[in-house]
Design a protein around this ligand. Structure first.
Ligand code: SIN
Length: 281
């Protein structure tokens, strides 16, 4: 029987997220199964796998089924695998990587299509990750606001203090040659998903500084309102990690936020990022 016939897709909350069961990612996946997983990703924006005992080599083979991989611009990969970066918080650290609502690296011209995260070491409790559906965030705005935002461009930067402090510890112990570089990119505030054709809100508090042709001060009232609006509980789901959990999110239509509630304990995740396109309105 094709593995795709055995796959179960169980939606996880009202807004987004589904757990995928009945598949062993360490086995080579056939094309039908890969297509079924991709279609679950497009429908649910973030998909969760449990109990996957993958070596780094197997993780790479699985990931490569879903697109071209890209390197993270500021942090080097783990030994032997430049495209797997460690997302780590150690016992003595108090700041966690990605501990703010964001879409990944929207300060690049081509932000990632998506990202995978595999749990390697977890704290005894805490360290969950939140996700938010940005189609819903767009669709629930008033018609007047949608019309106005449809024509706007956002300026995204790697230098906003709130986001950059979340990567400081990792820059120290896994420095990348581009670590000191500042990145900036302009993207439509409302982007059209290249595969589903749906519109989503594409600003985030981690990286969006202002609207193009406006000052930071002029942009702030509307941006701050959008930052609050886009992560309301009704648009979110929360994932509790277990050893062997693997998560794959669509960075074009979902945001995420790593909860920092496990001081004194270690959390180590392995992240793979997928090359993306230039966002279009
Ligand atoms: C990230 O933003 O890539 C980190 C997410 C997490 O650690 O849960």
């Amino acid at each position: 029987m094709s593995q795709s016939k055995k796959i179960q897709v169980r939606p996880d909350s009202g807004a987004l997220g589904a757990e995928i069961g009945g598949v062993d990612l360490a086995q080579g996946l056939d094309d039908e199964t890969v297509a079924a997983i991709r279609s679950a990703l497009l429908e649910h924006l973030v998909i969760f796998f449990r109990d996957q005992d993958l070596t780094s080599a197997q993780y790479m083979v699985f990931a490569e089924k879903f697109g071209e991989l890209s390197e993270y611009p500021m942090i080097s990969g783990i030994e032997g695998y430049p495209k797997i970066i460690p997302v780590t918080k150690l016992e003595h650290e108090t700041i966690n990587f990605g501990g703010i609502w964001h879409s990944d690296t929207t300060y690049l011209e081509n932000p990632p299509m998506g990202t995978m995260l595999l749990a390697r070491e977890l704290p005894p409790r805490g360290g969950d990750t939140l996700f938010a559906n940005q189609y819903m965030a767009y669709e629930t705005l008033s018609e007047g606001m949608r019309k106005m935002l449809d024509g706007l461009t956002g300026v995204n930067t790697s230098t906003l203090a709130t986001a950059s402090r979340t990567r400081e510890d990792r820059l120290k112990d896994h420095p990348h040659q581009e670590g000191a570089r500042e990145f900036s990119a302009e993207h439509p505030v409302v982007r059209r998903h290249p595969e589903t054709g749906r519109k989503s809100l594409f600003v985030n508090v981690g990286h969006t500084e202002r609207f193009k042709d406006m000052t930071v001060e002029e942009s702030a009232p509307i941006l701050n309102q959008l930052f609050r609006h886009q992560v309301q509980e009704r648009f979110t789901c929360r994932f509790t990690w277990r050893p062997g959990s693997l998560v794959f999110w669509d960075n074009r239509a979902a945001q995420h936020n790593a909860i920092n509630d496990y001081d004194g304990f270690r959390r180590i995740m392995h992240r793979i990022t997928f090359a993306g396109d230039t966002p279009q309105s």
